[in-house]
Design a protein around this ligand. Structure first.
Ligand code: C2E
Ligand code: CA
Ligand code: CA
Length: 447
């Protein structure tokens, strides 16, 4: 152990001394924060490393807790051998340590310490004549690089954790240092999540409706519902950004059902409409495999007496990857309810055919990437084969993302009957959508 931390523990109060972990010679979480907070200074460049011992839980599981603790002690000794004398080390969890560097001397010192640590732990440690490999995943933050408003041990750890999470996502066993851009991303995500929760609470999503057309007659056959969120700073936040955040934070189920319920309510309010088109709603794979999916959809349909034959659910293949049996059961339930199933982004995945052959999907929506490259042999071949399969299996096809006249003509020649895209029609406002809903002669019954 180093001199500075010895001094601190000697002069510290009982509470801190009590919080010292003898086996690893590190401070406990609370004591670590306490000590680091005393050493924080805006006059110096300081750094925090958050270190995960990647394989400790595994070692503990296949061996014993005593063995894993002995390995941890060896690793921590190794860590001490590779950090400056004035560093302070705390144990935050069974397999997580933090190292505070109170006085970094040169640009890149934090990175060089972290990389030395990573390298040192690619070699096994020996305990009781057995070798154990335990790699490290490290996130770091340096006070001269990132502006931290309320500088404290906790905030430094939180910031180092942002970088560490990125290192984990990249596949562990590596070091990532917090850059101001990551912080912007994290702040943006927090902003969008707060807004998502407010929008859900106030039921204030804005919906757009993008038309599907009959390629031959040019008449409408339906609309796809697309969700937007109004940004108090101006403009809208688009689903490409907020759906992922909703999925990561467990609110996607509520978002998808807020949209579905809104659509059903809208249809309910149009008294006596004789609508023969299709209205589709995008449902995330996470929502689809939730056990409450079918009961919730059932409730909404009953509550608003929604005509089943005009509703379609747009799913992507990921809905079938996680639990195939569950997905299959849900498809059957939807079929029984009379709701159509549209497989979105078809042709962008690798297992498209399996999903289509085994499941009772009604409509294939050919992915925009294939339409973008329809002038190329490979894409046009895939589209032609898809049309053949769809004919065999009695499924309908929609081409999405049609942007040019050439694409439109090519697809029409291939005998694709339905299309969607900016060339044919941009997403419409709710008002424009309702206008069309009440003009049944605008529609062809196709799907
Ligand atoms: P998607 O289902 O593939 O929807 C098509 C997206 O492409 C829409 O973007 C649409 O505006 C855009 N688009 C349509 N035609 C064209 C075209 O010709 N050219 C180009 N460049 N783009 C075109 P949007 O509205 O931003 O939606 C993005 C994605 O967000 C959707 O992709 C869908 O996966 C998801 N999404 C939208 N609303 C919801 C929702 O309520 N729930 C869930 N789970 N996902 C949603
Ligand atoms: Ca879609
Ligand atoms: Ca799509």
């Amino acid at each position: 152990m180093n001199d500075m931390s010895m001094d601190i523990s000697a002069s510290a109060n009982m509470n801190i001394r009590f919080s010292f972990d003898e086996s690893t010679a590190t401070y406990s979480c609370a004591a670590f924060s306490d000590i680091v907070n005393r050493f924080l200074s805006s006059q110096r460049t300081q750094g925090m490393l958050l270190i995960d011992l990647d394989d400790i839980k595994f070692i503990s599981r296949v061996k014993t807790k005593a063995v894993s603790e002995a390995v941890v002690a060896l690793i921590v000794r190794n860590i001490y051998n590779n950090i400056p004398n004035n560093a302070i080390v705390g144990r935050l969890k069974e397999d997580t340590f933090a190292v505070f560097l109170p006085d970094l001397q040169y640009e890149g010192e934090l990175e060089s310490i972290a990389k030395k640590l990573i390298l040192a732990h690619r070699e096994p440690v020996s305990y009781n004549k057995e070798n154990y490999i335990c790699t490290l995943t490290i996130g770091g933050v340096q006070t001269s690089k990132v502006k931290i408003d309320d500088l404290s041990a906790e905030s430094l750890i939180e910031h180092a954790e942002i970088a560490q999470n990125k290192a984990k996502q990249n596949g562990k066993n590596q070091y990532i240092e917090l850059e101001p851009e990551y912080l912007e991303i994290v702040n943006r995500k927090a902003y969008v999540l707060t807004l998502l929760k407010e929008t859900l609470y106030n039921k204030s999503f804005r919906l757009n409706f993008q038309p599907f057309f009959n390629m031959r007659t040019g008449r409408l056959i339906g609309f796809e519902t697309l969700c937007r969120m109004k940004d108090p700073k101006g403009g809208y936040i688009m689903p490409d950004e907020f759906i992922k955040i909703a999925e990561e934070n467990n609110v996607i189920f509520d978002v998808d059902f807020a949209v579905l319920e809104y659509v059903c309510k809208l249809l309910y309010r149009q008294k006596n409409i004789d609508f023969k088109g299709i209205i589709s709603v995008n449902i995330s794979s996470i929502t689809f495999v939730n056990p409450m999916f079918i009961p919730t959809i059932n409730n909404i349909l009953l509550k608003y007496s929604t005509p089943r034959n005009c509703l379609a659910i747009e799913l992507t293949e990921t809905a079938f990857l996680e639990s195939y049996t569950k997905a299959k059961a849900n498809i059957i339930s939807l079929n029984n309810l009379g709701i159509k199933i549209l497989l979105d982004d078809f042709g962008s995945g690798y297992n498209s055919l399996k999903s289509v052959l085994d499941l009772n999907v009604n409509i294939l929506k050919i992915d925009k990437s294939l339409i973008d490259n329809i002038h190329e042999m490979q894409s046009s071949f895939i589209v032609e084969k898809t049309i053949e399969i769809a004919k065999l299996l009695k499924m309908d096809i929609v081409a999405e993302g049609i942007e040019t006249r050439t694409q439109f003509e090519t697809l029409k020649q291939m005998d694709i009957k339905a299309g969607q895209g900016f060339y044919l029609g941009r997403p419409l406002s709710e008002k424009q959508f309702v206008y069309h809903l009440n003009r049944k002669d605008d529609f062809d019954e196709y799907l």
